[in-house]
Ligand binder design. Structure first.
Ligand SMILES: *Cc1c(COP(=O)(O)O)cnc(C)c1O
Length: 343
């Protein structure tokens, strides 16, 4: 059976990193966030390309993600883990040499007891209330100089949000007295301007072509083969629940991807697939492996339809699904044939 093809443009990925790197002063290090398997695009391909583009520090969420990353990038680059440290991470720590970003006084104590002299960073909570040390934790901290002090902005995709300035102020206050490099900005923070850049930035989504980096080059293209096309007569229905009825005779293509592949079922309420330059609406509920698309009038009848590409990016599909580009990327299916271009 013909397979859906996810094409990943590695040249666009490295161009996006270079563009975000150029957005800060030359002395600011631009790292890269490659958690969740490189935002779903394959860490074994994404990370080496970023390393060749010039990335020297990588961030992942969990210790377990450090192992495939280390395999992909070799011994040199630094790996930071947002999730911090538990003693259960010691084998991975020894194997990969990742630097944990410690999130609580208990993590600092546990890490320092088991790894005297070991390198670590501190994650500070500057107002998002998700992970990190609170201002009142700092005075009691029996901490050597960390390798990095970082925090995360809750609203950086909304430049006018007052919380950006408030968190900036809190971060400045909390990092006073540390000599370690400071890192506050993810993609949104890079775009907020130089006062958010400190010594290091760490973009994620912008590398992969997503908002809020609106000038990003698109990185993914998704082509889904048509496996059957039929005429549906007036009054006939398409798909589970018989929710879509032909008002007149229509040609309906059945394509080989559904919600198990990240074509979210909520897209039933309206998403467009492209046959070349022609937009075609879905017809009927998205099912697990298949989706109906109305291709009436398209000539010649398409052999495949495109969900992601030049006509429609991850943020467009996200808007149709009521979500964000991050979620579209990280739920892209594992049944797709993945084709890597460039790099
Ligand atoms: C995911 C994540 C990032 C990357 O954010 P983007 O918006 O994708 O650039 C940076 N820092 C932390 C703590 C994160 O969890």
């Amino acid at each position: 059976m013909p397979q859906p093809t996810l094409t990943i443009d590695l040249d666009a990925l490295s161009a996006n990193w270079r563009a975000l790197d150029a957005a800060s002063a030359p002395q600011v290090e631009t790292a890269a966030v490659v958690k969740a398997d490189g935002y779903g695009l394959g860490i074994h391909k994404v990370a080496p390309v970023l390393a060749r583009a010039g990335v020297r520090s990588f961030f992942v969420a969990y210790a377990e993600e450090a192992a495939p990353l280390r395999d992909a990038i070799g011994p040199e680059p630094t790996i930071y883990v947002f999730g911090g440290y538990t003693p259960g991470d010691d084998a991975l720590l020894a194997a990969t040499g990742f630097i944990p970003l410690l999130n609580s006084p208990a993590q600092v104590a546990a890490y320092r007891a088991r790894h005297p002299g070991g390198r670590y960073g501190l994650q500070l909570d500057s107002g998002m209330n998700r992970l990190g040390l609170e201002p009142e934790d700092l005075p009691g901290l029996d901490a050597a100089e960390p390798a990095l002090v970082m925090s995360h902005l809750a609203c950086s995709d909304t430049p006018e949000h007052p919380q950006n300035a408030a968190q900036l102020e809190t971060f400045r206050r909390m990092t006073k007295g540390f000599r370690a490099p400071r890192c506050l900005a993810a993609t949104g923070g890079v775009l907020l301007g130089p006062e958010f850049h400190f010594e290091m930035t760490r973009p994620g989504i912008g590398l992969y072509g997503g908002a809020p980096f609106t000038d990003a080059r698109p990185v993914v293209t998704l082509d889904i083969p048509v496996i059957q096309t039929r005429t549906v007569h007036q009054g006939e229905t398409v798909g589970y629940g018989a929710t879509w009825t032909a008002a007149e005779p229509r040609r309906i293509a059945t394509i080989a991807a559904g919600y198990a592949d990240g074509v979210h079922r909520i897209l039933t309420r309206g998403v467009t697939f492209h046959a070349g330059n022609t937009p075609c609406r879905n017809a009927g509920r998205v099912s697990m492996d298949l989706t109906g698309v109305d291709v009436t009038g398209v000539a010649p009848e398409p052999e495949s339809l495109q969900l992601l590409g030049p006509h429609q990016g991850i943020d467009d599909v996200a808007a149709a699904a009521g979500t964000i580009g991050y979620e579209i990327l990280t739920s892209l299916g594992h049944r797709y044939k993945r084709v890597y271009k460039g790099g």
